[in-house]
Ligand binder design. Structure first.
Ligand SMILES: Nc1ncnc2c1ncn2[C@@H]1O[C@H](COP(=O)(O)OP(=O)(O)OP(=O)(O)O)[C@@H](O)[C@H]1O
Ligand SMILES: [Mg+2]
Length: 602
């Protein structure tokens, strides 16, 4: 008897669904895209339990009549294309006619829909591929699709769903992509009855970016556009001051569709070359409009990749558009001053003074009145000093004194090391000399110290003289909550401060040299990293590496004789002094024998 059988239709659909529906966020994406294609101006997404329990998307679009509702959940049914010619000219987000069939085959689904011309609504229910007939329902015009208990008949797939927080993070990411592409629509996202976002229509892209991310990001974007050879580019470029530790804040849209594309990402990276350190990623919102026939979107079931007819042209046009703008802009104007300088209070009686946002400043003044007197402990250079001051002026005086002290040249007798180019230490050794990269070595020293201390428990922290406030998106706030344990271990104290604002109240003493705000931002980026989330040990290690890098002496920083000496002494106690935590060498050795050879003495 033959072993090969033809799979029944249900099985075929379940298998096909695997390609389109990976997790709750994929359902949200497909349903929102359908609502946009239906011409909706208002879309509401309601989620329960990270989408495991319920995903509901309601719109006020064109709706479906009874006949269309009956076929919408069948495989390969679509109203968006008819002929092969249409396939070359796709103007809608969907066209494959498989999303609803896929969703219906892996969950319990209820769809209610009403067209503008009908007096009543219709309703259809599907339970993992088993569809009941269409029955009358009641609803305003538009469509509501409710998806319950995703993958409940597929335990192997359900098991792979992550915590509600993680799944919600993915949902917010898809919601963000779609809402950025259509700022003419009113969109709402609700989770467990809590409204996470309500984005009214037509308030402008910057306002939407401020709502989705933060006003700091929105205010630090430079706008430019170009229009050549049928390719229209509109872009909001992030200033280097808001650059990130990963490329998650690079959003590329092609005719209203979020895409990922290696060529375009490369063009963005190239455009910033020289404006950003190599390990930093710019924030970019890039919108491309071009004729549909110049690319193929039928490459991948999720339509996140496209194939361009002329990728080189797109690369060069994006590169020159971005580069020209970046070169013509003074990128430093909005840059943040180093923490010690920026923290200088302008009004003696106001703790929040000097903040960019006066509203936050006033709120902070109120809040921190309760927390006086503030005690500060500043680690300056290699000397730890403690300042018990009751007045801001006194602390400020001590800070200025400390800065002067730090930059006073000081030469110890008998020192066998010198600093060159304010970046390298040259030290004489018994059999030659070594050149040390001051940043790389200090990074290693701090990294090992951090590891030692964190193994014993929480890092020692100090209250900030003036707490740093920052805005955070809902997704960011959830990430902070999920990363609570690591944040506590690091000795960072964050206090919520208004609906989307947080303040850093205490910061690890060992990292006093780092900019606390910049550190917390990059920490959130690391905590967001999916790959790291699964490995707590690796995540902590990456955080410590990042911390060490930020707190270490920089290249280009002049050191005093005693600081050089301290660096060399600390090197002796390091377990792996020869490499920085990222694996680069800290020290290069030269022997006298080699020198003698070079000088042809031997
Ligand atoms: N919210 C909606 N309002 C009106 N019609 C809808 C809605 N959602 C789906 N439809 C109709 O149901 C059809 C099937 O939807 P489905 O998402 O399965 O396919 P598609 O959008 O055509 O293609 P794709 O699989 O690429 O998403 C659509 O073509 C559309 O006609
Ligand atoms: Mg669709």
């Amino acid at each position: 008897m033959g072993r090969i059988v033809t799979l029944d239709e249900n099985m075929i659909n379940m298998i096909a669904a695997g390609e389109v529906i990976e997790r709750p966020a994929s359902v949200v994406k497909e349903l929102m895209e359908n609502s946009i294609d239906a011409g909706a101006t208002k879309i509401t997404v309601s989620i329960e339990d990270g989408g495991r329990k319920l995903i509901s998307v309601s719109d006020n679009g064109c709706g479906m009549d009874a006949e269309d509702l009956a076929s919408a959940f069948e495989p390969h049914t679509t109203s968006k294309i008819k002929t092969t010619k249409d396939l070359r000219d796709i103007a809608t987000l969907g066209f494959r006619g498989e999303a609803l069939a896929s969703v219906g085959s892996v969950a319990q689904v209820r769809a209610v829909s009403r067209t503008k011309t009908e007096s009543g609504a219709n309703c259809v229910e599907i339970d993992c591929g088993n569809k009941a007939g269409v029955s009358p329902g009641s609803a305003d015009y538009g469509t509501t699709i409710e998806v319950r208990d995703l993958f409940y008949k597929l335990p192997a797939r359900r098991k792979f769903l992550k915590t509600a927080n993680t799944e919600m993070g993915h949902i917010i990411e898809h919601f963000t992509r779609i809402t950025l592409a259509s700022d003419n629509l009113d969109m709402t996202l609700v989770h467990n009855d809590r409204q996470l976002y309500h984005l009214p229509a037509n308030r402008g892209l910057r306002q939407r970016i401020a709502e989705l991310f933060s006003s700091e990001i929105s205010e630090n974007l430079i706008e430019t556009e170009s229009n050549e050879k049928g390719l229209h580019i509109f872009v909001l470029l992030g200033r280097p001051a808001i650059s990130r530790a990963n490329n998650k804040l690079q959003y590329i849209f092609l005719n209203g569709r979020f895409i990922r594309d290696k060529f375009i990402s490369h063009a963005v990276k190239e455009a910033y070359r020289g404006s950003l350190e190599p390990n930093r990623y710019p924030v970019v919102f890039l919108f491309i409009q071009m004729p549909y026939e110049n690319y193929d979107v039928n490459v991948h079931p999720t339509k996140i990749e496209v194939r361009f007819a002329n990728a080189n042209l797109i690369h060069s046009q994006i590169l020159s558009c971005l580069r020209e703008k970046l070169l013509a802009t003074n990128l430093d104007t909005n840059a943040k001053l180093p923490a010690t300088v920026a923290a200088k209070p302008e009004r003696k009686d106001t703790f929040g003074a000097g903040y960019r946002n006066q509203k936050i400043a006033d709120a902070m003044t109120e809040f921190f009145k309760k927390h006086r007197p503030i005690q500060t402990q500043q680690q300056i250079g290699f000397h730890t000093r403690t300042a018990h001051s009751s007045t801001v002026e006194q602390i400020e005086k001590e800070r200025l004194h400390a800065i002067r002290y730090e930059f006073t040249p000081h030469f110890d007798a008998g020192l066998t090391a010198i600093q060159i180019h304010d970046s390298f230490i040259v030290e004489q050794t018994d059999d030659g000399f070594v050149i040390i990269d001051q940043h790389a070595l200090h990074e290693r020293i701090i990294y090992e110290e951090l590891r030692r201390r964190i193994r014993k428990g929480k890092l020692e922290s100090q209250k900030l003289l003036i707490p740093e406030s920052f805005e955070l998106s809902t997704a960011g706030a959830d990430v902070l909550q999920a990363g609570g344990e690591i944040i506590e271990k690091l000795g960072i104290e964050l206090v919520p401060f208004g609906p989307k604002t947080y303040a850093i109240q205490a910061f690890p003493t060992l990292l006093a040299k780092a900019d606390s705000l910049d550190f917390v931002r990059d920490l959130i980026d690391l905590l967001t990293d999916k790959d790291l989330a699964v490995d707590a040990e690796r995540l902590l290690d990456e955080v410590l590496k990042m911390a060490a890098c930020k707190a270490a002496i920089k290249a280009g920083q002049k050191l005093t004789g005693s600081e050089i000496q301290q660096l060399l002494t600390d090197r002796e106690t390091c377990e792996h002094a020869s490499r920085c935590p990222h694996g680069r060498p800290t020290t290069i050795k030269f022997t006298t024998v080699e020198l003698e050879k070079q000088f042809k003495r031997i």
